[in-house]
Write a protein that binds this ligand. Structure first.
Ligand SMILES: Nc1nc2c(ncn2[C@@H]2O[C@H](COP(=O)(O)OP(=O)(O)OP(=O)(O)O)[C@@H](O)[C@H]2O)c(=O)[nH]1
Ligand SMILES: [Mg+2]
Length: 337
């Protein structure tokens, strides 16, 4: 679907001030627009649709109809829904392709969802691989490899759940996973700090390969970039808040969620990490995410595929899902890498 912006757009005005950060103009010469493929995964109701509309500043996805109560017990199978939105980020044209996965985690058998997503990611690699092998290349070939996967974590305030651990461990070698706490305004600032810490402890303990803002291995990064990456690492997982309405404050539009006791400002760094995450995705790290997809993740897959080794435990740490489920249930921290 092409940009489906509607008239009743309550996430419209751009209200954040764009401050250029290092690396943000690296791709300014991409005249045709820089493609960026972003996948959204998370259980139902964690705010994926609202996040997408807030990110794009328009109603890309119209609000869904409330489910029919008679059908509520039937778990809909997971789908891949595609949205394409042309964005202008600080003078740089970005062709944002979003793949949403409604229905993820709805059933009792999450294994099917994990397999479907893995298969989707690998199919895009296979397409590139066969295009590379053609004698005559197709000039219109569209590279659909997913550059980043935002994984929405339920704001329980406890720690990661089995579904989170399994999904991220399994796909971390196939895509840049950026963990995000959905509906994070349901936690107090103190709860949020503790929750973030627990999640990062789990990520370390289970050896989950998330995108952790690495510095360039050959020390190419300048001091400012190294500092910025350290700051972003410390923010993980990002606390996301989606916009519900736009209010007028001192003559300027402010994107908020309103509550009886006050408002949460979506673009205010003191209220949520939304603006930093948006900037990472569409500006400061768009190049890194694309390059890592090509140079590291795709290359690994390509090597495995050509050597007939794609199902190896190294690339798929949960290949023996039954075993790993049992291990984790009994000894939550015993499978540390
Ligand atoms: N408190 C809070 N509520 C949110 C936030 N974002 C979305 N919501 C609300 O959560 C509900 C679900 O939001 P959606 O954006 O539809 O969630 P989704 O992940 O797309 O859900 P499905 O499409 O059903 O899988 C709606 O009532 C939203 O208004 C948020 O940041 N904070
Ligand atoms: Mg949705």
């Amino acid at each position: 679907m092409r940009d489906g912006s509607g008239e009743d757009n309550n996430v419209a005005p751009s209200v954040y001030s764009h401050v250029s950060r290092p690396g943000s103009h690296r791709y300014k010469n991409a005249k045709k627009g820089l493609p960026f493929n972003l996948m959204l995964v998370g259980e139902s109701g964690l705010g994926r649709t609202t996040f997408l509309n807030t990110l794009c500043e328009r109603a890309v996805v119209p609000p869904s109809e409330p489910p029919n109560p008679d059908q509520a017990h039937i778990a809909e199978p997971m789908q891949f829904k595609h949205y394409a939105v042309d964005m202008d980020e600080d003078g740089m044209k970005i062709i944002l392709n979003v793949i949403d996965t409604p229905g993820f985690g709805n059933g009792t058998d999450n294994e099917t969802c994990f397999n479907q997503i893995q298969e989707y990611l690998e199919t895009q690699f296979d397409d590139v691989l066969s295009e590379e092998n053609r004698i005559k290349r197709n000039p219109k070939f569209k590279d659909s490899r997913v550059h980043a996967l935002l994984y929405f974590i339920n704001p329980t305030g406890h720690s990661l759940r089995q579904i989170d651990i399994e999904l991220m461990r399994r796909l971390g070698n196939r895509v840049n996973i950026i963990p995000v706490i959905g509906r994070s305004d349901s936690l107090t600032p103190r709860e949020l700090v503790l929750f973030k810490q627990r999640i990062m402890d789990d990520i370390a303990a289970y050896g989950i390969p998330v995108f952790s803002f690495p510095n360039s291995e050959d020390d190419e990064d300048d001091e400012e970039t190294v500092e910025e990456n350290a700051e972003l690492r410390a923010m993980l997982p990002f606390a996301a808040v989606g916009c519900e309405e736009v209010i007028n404050e001192d003559g300027r539009p402010v994107r908020v969620r309103s509550y009886p006791w006050g408002v949460v400002q979506v673009d205010n760094d003191e209220h949520s990490d939304f603006d930093r995450l948006r900037y990472v995705l569409l500006n400061s790290h768009i190049g890194d995410l694309r390059e890592r997809t090509q140079n590291d993740i795709y290359e690994l897959y390509r090597t495995e595929k050509l050597s007939g080794n794609t199902a190896s435990a190294a690339s798929n740490p949960t290949a023996d899902a039954t075993q790993s489920h049992a291990t984790m249930a009994l000894h939550p921290r015993s499978v540390a890498a």
